[in-house]
Design a binder for this molecule. Structure first.
Ligand code: GNR
Ligand code: NI
Length: 173
């Protein structure tokens, strides 16, 4: 297992529509393992493949509470098969947009169908933080970031901050 560097917005790779997997092989399992390690190290509750520069339809998540048993999940070719009418507003953050938090409104509950690491079809029902997280991750696979739900002015302020952060980090190298 290894920790992979997380891309910071703005980056053209975070704007791409990712490609589905044709099947689940060792390379996919290794990528999922690395992404889980990278996510726990960050730390975060989710991580999508494009955030580590891989433009494939895979994300990992673990929304178990601090005192609960960890529940690592890897979802390949995920699709939302049902979304509740009821909406939920949650403060979101993103490992590709460090330290910026804003409220986003999304369906409160979703069902997601996907392939697990054994290549079998599974479907899960998510609510609460897990529902928000799964939708945030699927957005990443479609080149969409949570700041795309904000006003242009908020989005451009955040983008300016991130450009500065990237410049500072590059200078520190
Ligand atoms: O760690 C994360 N926390 C989070 C909080 C609220 C809504 C979404 C998220 S996902 C984020 C990790 C991340 O950037 N995943 O793409
Ligand atoms: Ni994110």
């Amino acid at each position: 297992m290894s920790i992979r560097p997380i891309l910071i917005h703005p980056d053209p790779r975070l704007k791409k529509v990712c490609t589905p997997f044709e099947g689940v092989d060792t390379a996919a399992r290794k990528l999922a393992d690395d992404m889980l390690e990278t996510m726990y190290d960050a730390p975060g509750v989710g991580l999508a493949a494009p955030q580590v520069g891989i433009l494939s339809r895979l994300f990992v998540m673990d929304c178990a509470g601090k005192e609960e048993t960890p529940e690592p999940l890897a979802l390949i070719n995920p699709e939302i098969t049902w979304a509740s009418e009821e909406l939920n507003t949650h403060e979101e953050g993103c490992l590709s947009i460090p330290e910026q938090y804003e409220e986003v409104t999304r369906p409160a509950e979703v069902k997601v169908r996907y392939l697990n690491l054994d290549g079998q079809i599974e479907e899960r029902h998510f609510a609460g933080l897990a529902a928000t997280c799964a939708q945030h991750e699927i957005d990443h696979l479609n080149g969409k970031l949570f700041i795309d739900y904000l006003s242009r002015i908020k989005r451009s302020m955040i983008t300016t901050r991130m450009k500065k952060l990237k410049a500072d980090r590059a200078r520190a190298l």
